[in-house]
Design a protein around this ligand. Structure first.
Ligand code: FAD
Ligand code: NAI
Length: 469
């Protein structure tokens, strides 16, 4: 009789966990996955990437019809919002994709143990009433919304909501205040602005989108303001009272000073996410968390406890679905005795606003800090206004910026604001994986007319010789 029920038990069926389970099964390992939610797919498929993109995509069409962008191209339509139908197509997308994961589990003979998993020891987990043993256990429990002290989220009331509540609003709020000018705030703030809400973003820092290149952050702020979003930078929220369907927030300058109040019909709290480890029984296996509440691993995704591995949002690094997926694959391969590697220096990030904002690798600021000398970093920029396809499509906003090592010409980072920046950034990530120089990109033939030509021209600008500006 086998020593354990399974070779691999994955805890959590988000993009990290479900992908790890599939790869483990593909490699011939007997695999189970514990997931407490009623459907598979985790945050990403149920309340994250997928439903938010469904709302972003639909609201983009509405906005294009409402703001004159379609009329500019000779299409005269007066849009009428059917919010119920917009929500229905969102739920349809979620339903189709979560069922798709269930189908893949069946196809790969992965047992889904439905329930909350708690470690009993390093090879034994209780899932609901069932005890499951496994030689290897992968923790892929993801993350959830960071609460803001003093502000109570109640998604049912739809007045103070988190990202899950903001996806499900039954009517367009007249005035929405977004706390946190990060990825969620800007994406979901954009959805409701496009559908008619007045949106005010309150951000603690002096710029939006921490972690992105400085010039990109400034340009993004300019574009969002032009679109009608009000930005209150360097401002903190210190309190919130709710009366019926109205919220009143108290704001203060981040550096301290006089407070003021701001009324809203809806408040979105989007100040970050934190790892899910509550009730996981980590104390039973002697696994400690770092200061940020994350589980630390080595490069192979091993924790300090033999046989216990961890991936995705619950470990350090950007909280992104594709990062979790790649770690899932690598972790399963390492368990199977192969060499699974994730290059954490080349993880693209995309904000799916209009236009999209994307980046990979080092920002200019990080590159200067890393190389220790401003002169060691050279950059090249190319405006989308000068890109023939973007210009033809009436998409003039944004630019591409390539950051390179001045000595070796190796590309260190690429940053874009463009309608299809999320698609464009893949070529930059691939070039960086292959150790490309800016000259390599500048001399790679790009199809015309495409937005991607702007990456080529920005690389040419690093060389000092773009053609179209
Ligand atoms: P999760 O997806 O969080 O999955 C963890 C799973 O574990 C959950 O299903 C949970 O129920 C389960 N679980 C937790 N504890 C236990 C337990 N003890 N027992 C059993 N089950 C447990 N990322 C992108 O890359 N692109 C995007 O466009 C994007 N959009 C987003 C939009 C929103 C609104 C949000 C909130 C997030 C978005 N993200 C996006 C981030 C992305 O969703 C996460 O990075 C990703 O889901 C992390 O995957 P994971 O597998 O680590 O964890
Ligand atoms: P975030 O970390 O992107 O942004 C949070 C923002 O809130 C920061 O700008 C921060 O300075 C600000 N902030 C923090 N405390 C504040 C306070 N008290 N008052 C005002 N501002 C405050 O976090 P967000 O937007 O909640 O997203 C969480 C995670 O989900 C992100 O790490 C992101 O990786 C992931 N995500 C990814 C998406 C994508 O890839 N397109 C989409 C949505 C989420």
């Amino acid at each position: 009789m086998a020593e354990y029920d399974y070779d691999v038990l994955v805890i959590g069926a988000g993009p990290g966990g479900y992908v790890a389970a599939i790869r483990a099964a593909q490699l011939g390992l007997k695999t189970a996955c514990a997931e407490s939610h009623a459907t598979l797919g985790g945050t990403c498929l149920n309340v994250g990437c997928i439903p938010s993109k469904a709302m972003l995509h639909a609201s983009e069409f509405y906005d294009a019809a409402a703001n004159g962008a379609m009329e500019e191209m000779g299409i005269e339509v007066k849009p009428k919002l059917n919010l119920d139908k917009m929500h229905a197509q969102r739920l349809d997308a979620v339903d189709g994709l979560t069922k798709g994961v269930a189908f893949l589990f069946k196809k790969n003979k992965i047992d889904w143990k439905q329930g909350h998993a708690t470690f009993q020891d390093a090879h034994t987990v209780k899932v609901g009433d069932e005890t499951v043993t496994a030689k290897n256990i992968i923790i892929a429990t993801g993350s959830s919304v960071t609460p803001l002290p003093g502000i109570e989220v109640d998604n049912d009331k739809q007045v103070v909501v988190d990202s899950t509540g903001a996806l499900e609003l039954k009517s367009v709020p007249k005035k929405m205040v977004v706390i946190g000018g990060g990825v969620i705030g800007l994406e979901l703030g954009s959805v409701w602005r496009r559908l008619g809400a007045e949106v005010i973003v309150v951000e603690f820092l002096d710029q939006l989108l921490p972690g992105m290149d400085g010039e990109i952050r400034k340009e993004a702020a300019k574009i969002f303001k032009k679109q009608g979003m009000e930005l209150r930078l360097s401002t903190k929220v210190t309190g919130c009272t709710v009366k019926g369907k109205k919220a009143t927030l108290t704001l203060e300058p981040a550096a301290g000073g006089d407070s003021e109040t701001l009324d809203a019909d809806c408040v979105l709290v989007s100040i970050g996410r934190r790892p899910n480890t509550d009730g996981l029984g980590l104390e039973n296996i002697g696994l400690e968390l770092n200061k940020r509440g994350q589980i630390e691993t080595d490069h192979d995704f091993r924790t300090k406890v033999d046989g216990v591995w961890a991936i995705g949002d619950v470990i350090p690094g950007p909280m992104l679905a594709h990062k979790a997926e790649d770690e899932g694959i690598a972790c399963a391969e390492n368990i199977a005795g192969q060499t699974g590697i994730v290059n954490h220096d080349v993880i693209p990030g995309v904000v799916y606003t209009w236009p999209e904002i994307a980046g990979v690798g080092l920002t200019t600021e990080d590159a200067i800090e890393k190389l220790g000398d401003k002169a060691r970093v050279k950059t090249g920029k190319f405006p989308m206004m000068a890109n023939s396809r973007a210009k033809t499509n009436h998409e003039p906003d944004g630019f591409v910026k390539v950051v390179a090592d001045a000595e070796t010409d190796q590309v260190l980072g690429v940053w874009c604001i463009a309608s299809v920046a999320g698609t464009m950034i893949a070529q930059a990530a691939q070039a960086m994986e292959f150790g490309a120089t800016s000259e390599d990109i500048a001399y790679t033939c790009h199809a015309h007319p495409t937005h991607s030509e702007a990456i080529k021209e920005a690389a040419m600008a690093v060389q000092g010789k773009p053609i179209h500006i």
